[in-house]
Design a protein. Sequence first.
Lengths: 141, 805
Amino acid sequence: MKTAHALLILLLAAAWPAAAADWVVVANPKAGITRLSQDEVTNIYLGRYRRLASGATAEPIDQPADSALKARFYRQLVDKNLAEINAYWSRLVFSGKTRPPRIAGSNEDALQIVLLHPDALAYVDKARVDSRFVVVFEIAE
Amino acid sequence: MASPQLTPWFKGIVFRSLAAVTLITVLLGGLSSLVIREQVATRGHGEALQRLSELLDAVESTASVAIFANDEQLAREVVQGLLRNSEVQRVTISAGPTVLARAERSATQFANQPPVDRVLRSPFKKAEVIGGISLDANWDAIYKRVDDNSRYALLMLLSQLLLVIVGTAGMVFLVVVRPIKATSDRMHRHDPVNGGALAIPEGHAGTEIGRLVGDINDLTGRLVSTLNQERELRRQHEIAQRKYQNLFDHASSGIFVADIDGRLASFNPAFISLTWLSRTVAEEPRRLIEAGWSEGAQLIDLLHRCAQTQLPCADDFLLRGRRGDERWLHVAVMPLGDGSMQGTITDVTTRKREEMTARRLAVTDPLTGFFNRQGLLQAFSTVDADTPPFAIVMIDLDGFKLVNDAMGFPVGDQVLLKVAKRIRATVQPDDYLARTGGDDFVLILAGADAREALAPRIEAMHALLCEHYAVGRESVLIGASIGVAFFPQDGADMPQLLRSAELALNSAREASRSVGTTGYRFFDQQLQMVVEHRRRLEDDLRLAVNGGELCLAFQPIIDLRTGCMAGAEALLRWQHPARGFISPEIFIPLAERVGLIGEIGRQVLEGACMHAAAWRRDGFEMYVSVNVSASQIPDDLPPAVVLDALRRHDLPPHAIAIEITEGVLMNDIDIAQRWIEELRACGLCIFLDDFGTGYSSLSYLKRFAMDTVKIDKSFIMDMSADNSDRTLVEAIITMAGSLGLKVVAEGVEDAGQLALLREMGCAYGQGYLFSRAVAAVDFASTVARISAEMAIDLPNLLPDELEIV
């Protein structure tokens, strides 16, 4: 029964992605970034590189581990669940070459960090974004 | 029995089967190990690749993470981890052209094998290739393991084969060899002749070995029985051999085996002694021809003939001894079928001599030593145109029968011997003498071909033969008739010559009765013609009898006292169409000789009866007399035939009288007497004809019951002139009268004779004075004429005599 529910939810989620794209990646306007591709967002968030094409360093900010938004973000970005993302990070953390993104306490926290650090990038609830932030990536329909 | 021979181990079934099994397993094992090795190598290779691929599977996601995150540390971890596998030789993780991490095992030697590569993609974007992992296998290690595996498999195979071989050997030994060995041992101890079968090894009753033992037992049984039969045959053969050897050695006949040319393969002692061969052996092989055969070539011919025809042949051969003695041996050979011949030799000298004697006797007259008729015909059986001329002389002794009758056969034989001696004295050495009958001799005079030359010799011979013969104290005189014929002019062969000579002889004999003849005759054609004439006459007579040319004439018999006709004699007449009248004296003997007399006699009787009956109907009470010759009695004219004729013509018995001559009485007296008695008992009268001409034995008259005697005409004819005849006639008449017989005088020709006869008291007469024999048609007139004549004459008769009649 549980499986059936989960399956139903999964189907609904997949069938309605446009409705789920309620987040956007925002940056500090001082960073000078106006637009990021999906690959760039992916590489930055999953630790491939933290430098932008402009030469600026990018500091991704993650949502709390139990945040529903975080799960939606990774699902829609790279089609992985959080367990997979965690397993991925556990291998890299083990070697010590890179580290996972910094975790903000909440949406507000994340936006705060962006405001304070021009290198920071964060994905947040779309509704919370205001003119202090530049939306650099919004997942396509 | 031979001691059991041990089979060498290398020839045994165990070794052989082991060798075979080993050979096969080594071959198959070698082949299969090659295949297995190859298979194991291939599979090992594949499996190694599979394992490497699986290794890569295990590290793929980590490696891709390492590449994605450019994490050399992580990549190194992965590489090191992989290298821990002994099959891995070298691992390289590269992100594009950059080698992220690389590690390899030391002390390597590269097999020439490509590495196992795996393309690595981004963990988050499957389409994006971010690098690769390349893995070189440690092929040395892999192959070493594969080798180990295949070696192990081979080892297992070999040990299995070893087990199979050992097992096979054991089973072969237990199941095959041991029972065979046991059977073989039993067979060695076994004595099949004393019976008993070979035991079947335990548990093998149904197996091939059991069957084999059974077959051996069967075969042994058959062999033993065959052996027994063979032994029995050999024993019998030996006995037979011994028997035949005895026969061979002790036979009185000679036995030999020879080839076609007479080379002797074997012979018995009798053969040597019979053939007068020397006992010491001169040369080998001895030859049949060595003996002193007079006709050796013919003996070899006999062998050849036997070999050719494959049939037994035999012949007699004359053997001449060294001292001039002779022996006849009968040699019989029969083919043995292999080209040789077995022969027997028997001494047949005695038989041969007897045969020759018998043959000589068969052609010899034992009394005179001359040839007999057979010998004569044999000796001259092949007379032909090349035979030189000769004369055949046939001699017949006249009166010799009388000598034999009167003086006995011993005297006759003595005379014959003397005759032979005289004949021998007159002939030449190459003349041929034969005695062909009792007193018949035939001489063949070689070289004689002319009458003139021969006549003196024949005449001298005749004279010599007619001289007196002194036999004991008696002196015998006999005559001789000689007939001579010449070859070739008087006959082409012996029978013809003998016939010619006999004709001449007959002619001489007939002539000798007249005075002044020579007593010998040469054959001439005239004699032949006479014979021809007689022969034709015979044919004519036969036709005459059948064609009725013979007819009867009747001569009246007159009662001299009354002048009446008493009867008539029926006389046979033959009017030959060409030759005219032929006398009964000629054709009656002819008819007797050719057997026509019976038929003629019956015709005469029939005619006589017919006419007698006719005359009786006309009132002539008289008899008709019929002549019967000796040869007709009794079978050609049995009394029953006579009586039957009388009955058919309704005649009384006294109407026919039978005239016989003394000749009838001279044959078988008893038969004649019975015949006469039978007819007389029936009432017929018997006349004795021609009385006085023959022996005229008065005892006949007494012995045979007759009725009438007819005095021969020769007496009556001479009666007037010759006083003695007259006396004789008178005596006969008187004697007949005293015996109660009537008398008929034949041949009364004149009145004087009639007067005399009347004077003598002769009751009946017959002759020309009264009448000749006349034909039946003239008989009545003749009777009338005689009655008239005799009536004139009657007054001369005495009245008392008339009364008597």
